[in-house]
Design a binder for this molecule. Structure first.
Ligand code: NI
Length: 255
């Protein structure tokens, strides 16, 4: 039985890895049961590309914003330029934004400044946020508590306790290929306990391909494997699980 109605809430098809076969890949994934994608920008340039992609494909939506890894290249007028993109009808979120404490050369104070600016913007524009949190759980949660945005913690890597706290604040939890990895104890625990109406499926493609594709270039069709894995953990039917996640995605981003 083939699975359908898949909504990928986090992709990077504007990445250079899709340069040669972007159009073929997008038509392939549409034929593979993917009904929606949110293409995420990381800076002004990729945000602009995300908007363009969303105009070219009816099933593609865009998130625009400045990623914490872009903090060193960030220029003063970048947020102002990005702000001009929000009037576009297919821009459905501010993302991806957040904190990344994995790399020492990304200044924390600058990251926090940018994250806060964009959280404030999300309140002003009443748009959901797509949050990247890598090894920065404490500060991320503090800022979510402070600004109370609506949105998703993408590629969730925290504990069950953190998931519960985020749920209390109304956040959705994004699960992708990382749940299927061998060492994925924490995301697996979270995937088991999350309520049906708070899970979003995602890839973060071209990265994070799920098992059995781990290490390969990822695309949204591989969500079927991730969904099958999580549905098994939750003792539920895979297609029912996908449908629920798609319903959640549409509630958060398209309503
Ligand atoms: Ni991403």
């Amino acid at each position: 039985m083939s699975l359908g109605g898949i909504f990928d809430t986090h992709s990077h098809y504007c990445d250079i890895q899709f340069e040669k076969d972007r159009a073929q890949t997008l038509s392939f994934i549409k034929d593979s049961g993917v009904c929606g994608i949110i293409e995420c920008g990381c800076d002004y340039k990729s945000s602009l590309e995300a908007v363009k992609l969303s105009k070219d494909y009816d099933f593609v939506y865009a998130a625009v914003g400045v990623h914490p890894e872009s903090v060193n290249d960030y220029t003063k007028d970048e947020l102002e330029n990005i702000r001009n993109l929000y009037s576009n009808k297919k821009v459905v979120a501010i993302g991806e934004i957040g904190l990344d404490y994995h790399y020492d050369d990304l200044a924390k104070d600058k990251q926090i400044y940018l994250f806060e600016k964009q959280l404030i913007l999300s309140k002003e524009l009443d748009l959901p946020v797509i949050i990247h949190d890598r090894e920065a759980h404490y500060d991320t949660m503090e800022l979510i508590k402070k600004y109370r945005p609506k949105g998703v913690l993408h590629c969730f890597s925290g504990s069950v306790e953190m998931a519960k706290e985020a749920l209390k604040l109304g956040m959705y939890i994004g699960l992708g290929g990382a749940v299927t990895f061998k060492n994925a104890r924490k995301p697996v625990e979270a995937a088991k306990m999350l309520p049906d109406d708070k899970i979003l499926l995602e890839t973060d493609c071209p990265y994070m391909a799920p098992v059995p594709y781990r290490g390969k270039r990822c695309d949204s069709s591989m969500i079927a494997s991730t969904a099958e894995f999580i549905a098994k953990l939750r003792n539920t039917d895979t297609q029912k699980f996908i449908d629920k996640c798609t319903e959640n995605s549409k509630r958060l981003f398209l309503s």
